[in-house]
Structure formats: structure tokens, C-alpha cells
Write a protein that binds this ligand. Structure first.
Ligand code: C5P
Length: 222
């Protein structure tokens, strides 16, 4: 029998990464941050100076991608060709490139099995855009987490401020809206709730409250 999967999909800044990590810790499950995979592919492409309109070359980059995930001190470390890139892949220019690269069907196909390989005992928590629709359609628990664009921009701003980076809220809001549109309107696995997903809105709700709702679903269904 395949290990159970909890999928958490939603737009950037909805809190899905935070919830997925806490949930995986709580349940002792494996964690898949699928966005990190697309981000690593985008960084590899930027470093190789591959044209972001050249679908065949980008598909090749995804196929050859040498990326590994490690958990160290409770934090996800992303290694690209052995090099620590956890911070670099979160930069704004990589975010936008990831969204562009992720729209290419060949890239998605190249990364599909890699994501499924994370399904190990005792179970998996997978966060992304299409975890419940495409990668793990048979997952017993599917969550679609949203929040208003304004709230997501504020969260991102606070995160950056903590790191000592100051950016304008307006620019962040624009980036978020552009990335949402690109992720929702693409043909290949667009961002959308699975038919059997439970939709949760995290606007004005604490992390603890969202986590408890998801834990209740897990208890009911796994
Ligand atoms: O979740 P995160 O913001 O790290 O993802 C970065 C980008 O990767 C997203 O904007 C999206 O375009 C893409 N992505 C995707 N499918 C996933 C996860 C991420 O297309 N399952």
C-alpha cells in the first residue's frame, strides 16, 4: 500500500510552505517543497544563461537537474550541484523565472517522477501548485490554501524586513499578482483547487488555527 499524502496547494504567500513544514514535523512525515524544485531548475537555467523562451533547452536543464534536499536543524537545505542555494532560490528574480520555467510542459514532465519519489513511509506532506491535481491525484487529504493578495504581500514584506531587505509593498503586490496570473493561466497544470480539495482562507487567521484545521482533516481521513 502506498504511503498517505497530504497535499497543500495555493498561491505564493498563502502560508502553505509554513503549514506544510509544521504539519510534516507534527506527523513525522517526509516533506516535499515542490516549488524549491522549480526554483532550483530556474536558478540552474539562469546560471547557464539559457534563454527563458527556449523550451527545449529548459526541458533539458530540468532533466539533468542535480538537486538534493537536506533537512538540517529543522530547515530545508537545497543543494544545486552540491552547492547550498537555499537563500538564492528565494530571490525575486528566481521566483519570476521559476514561474516562467514551470509553465513549460516538458519541464513539468521531467520533474514529475522526482516528486513522486518523495512518497515514502510513514507518509508525505507535499506543497505546491498541482500536488492535488496532477502529482498526487489519489492523496487522501487535499488542502487548497489562499489569502488575499494584499495580505500575502504584507507577509512577504515582513519576511524580507526580518532579513534586513527593504522593498516597497506596491512592488511586491505587483510581483505577486503577476506570478498568480502566470501560474493560474498557464495550460500545463495551472494553479487551481482539485475537485476534492478543502479550501481554506488564511487571511486574518493564525498559523496555529490553520494547522489545527488541517490536522483535523488528517485525523478524519488518514
Ligand atoms: O511555491 P513557490 O513560490 O516556491 O514556487 C515557485 C514557482 O514554481 C511558482 O510560482 C510556480 O510557478 C512554480 N510551481 C509550480 N508547481 C508547483 C510548485 C511551484 O508550477 N507544484
Amino acid at each position: 500500500k502506498l504511503p498517505p499524502v497530504v497535499t497543500i496547494d495555493g498561491p505564493s504567500g498563502s502560508g502553505k510552505g509554513t503549514i506544510a513544514k509544521l504539519l510534516a514535523d507534527r506527523l513525522g512525515f517526509v516533506l516535499l517543497d515542490s516549488g524549491a524544485l522549480y526554483r532550483a531548475a530556474a536558478l540552474a537555467a539562469l546560471e547557464k544563461e539559457v534563454d527563458l523562451a527556449d523550451e527545449d533547452s529548459l526541458t533539458e536543464v530540468a532533466r539533468d537537474l542535480d538537486v538534493r534536499f537536506l533537512i538540517s536543524d529543522g530547515c530545508l537545505q537545497v543543494l544545486l550541484e552540491g552547492r547550498e542555494v537555499s537563500h538564492e532560490i528565494r530571490m525575486e528574480r528566481v521566483s519570476m523565472a521559476a514561474s516562467t520555467v514551470a509553465a513549460i510542459p516538458g519541464v513539468r514532465a521531467a520533474l514529475l517522477q522526482r516528486q513522486r519519489d518523495f512518497r515514502l513511509q510513514p507518509g508525505l506532506v507535499a506543497d505546491g501548485r498541482d500536488m492535488g491535481t496532477t502529482v498526487f491525484p489519489d492523496a487522501p487529504v487535499k488542502v487548497y490554501l489562499t489569502a488575499s493578495a494584499e495580505e500575502r504581500a504584507r507577509r512577504r514584506e515582513a519576511q524580507l524586513r526580518e532579513k534586513g531587505v527593504s522593498v516597497s509593498l506596491r512592488d511586491l503586490l505587483e510581483d505577486i499578482r503577476a506570478r498568480d496570473a502566470q501560474d493560474m493561466n498557464r495550460k500545463a497544470s495551472p494553479l487551481a483547487p482539485a475537485k476534492d480539495a478543502v479550501e481554506l482562507d488564511s487571511t486574518g487567521v493564525t498559523i496555529e488555527e490553520v494547522l489545527n484545521e488541517v490536522l483535523a482533516l488528517v485525523q478524519k481521513r488518514i
